[in-house]
Design a protein. Sequence first.
Length: 187
Amino acid sequence: MDHIVKNKGKLNYCVRWSSTKTLSKTVASKFKAMLERQYAAWNHWLIGYDCWSFNEIKINIVGFAVKEASLLDWSDDSLGAITSCYRFYDNGAGSWSDTSSCKGEPFDISLWPKQGLEGGFGYDWGQEVNLENMLQTIDEEQLVIVAHEIGHGFGLPDFYEEADKPNDYDGWMLRRVLEHLKPRYNF
């Protein structure tokens, strides 16, 4: 949630492609819209609640990280150029990491589709998800695993109800997260 507020409704993503198969530009071009749909399902519960300022959450893919450049079937920067510049909120210091020396746009969160991963994992730094499942369902409105792992990124535990998209129970839990974090925001 901190990144969304800091960036005024935008998240910068780095996609960490963890596969031995080549990622096509056509498929890679679908990641932005797919992530925006997942965040829209979560944001639905925040719009108009407790002065939440963002009617939509925009995704900016700043780049793709791969073990070898040959795993991408394009070589230009049309889908972003990855830098090793990660921006995060340091709760201990109560401040943001210094990104003043970044050569490109820093990324806030990673999407890490991993070949052969069972299910997924969600963290404040991003989502690790089953690559095969994500690609099979990438054009669907909601991707169960990706949406679920985004919920963990908001701080929600696994005891919330699983469904094909965030439901009433999930929405009220997300609102509690906002209530808890709101004192450090200026809205």
